[in-house]
Ligand binder design. Sequence first.
Ligand code: GRF
Length: 193
Amino acid sequence: MVEVAVLVSGSGSNLQALIDAAKAPDYPANIALVISNRPGVKALERAAKANIPHLVIDHKAFKAREAFEAVLHDTLRAHEIDLICLAGFMRVLTASFVAKWPKRILNIHPSLLPLFKGLNVQQQALDAGVDKSGCSVHFVTEGLDDGPVLGQRTVPVLEGDTVETLSARILREEHILYPQVLREIAKALKSRS
Ligand code: GRF
């Protein structure tokens, strides 16, 4: 079984999708740990409800990003984590942290990468006037939203769409895509070990 930590900062609807998918008896990954960099977020409640170990590593308690990441790394190691899934995790990870987890960090991003990186992605898509958008799961590398894309799902951008309506349409697809990609990656990792 591939042991997965999910890193969150907010609502955790993608976390929920992963938790639900991992209940399938043949699912190759176990959601073993949830870490939030923000206290009191809904994602932590979701983890508690699913009886998944969960904890807060509050980035505000650290002066330097490196110190925060050192604790994060040690915690992941202590829990014998194989793979990290970022799911609405709102901290950028440094190159040195990423280098410790090569091809072991996945992220979900609400655009069709390489289009629209960074923040306010749906607004970027609306401003660009594209007729479709979607979501991508990719390996995390040192560049922001830049690693190899592992899977994508597409949605139409409709007349009169707002950030809210487009975000909601994309989020529904995220909940399908992330569990599918994690299944594939975990299966591949398992077959190597
Ligand atoms: C999602 O849109 C994800 O793509 C982005 O942040 C949002 C997180 O939503 N990185 P949730 O916390 O999983 O509900």
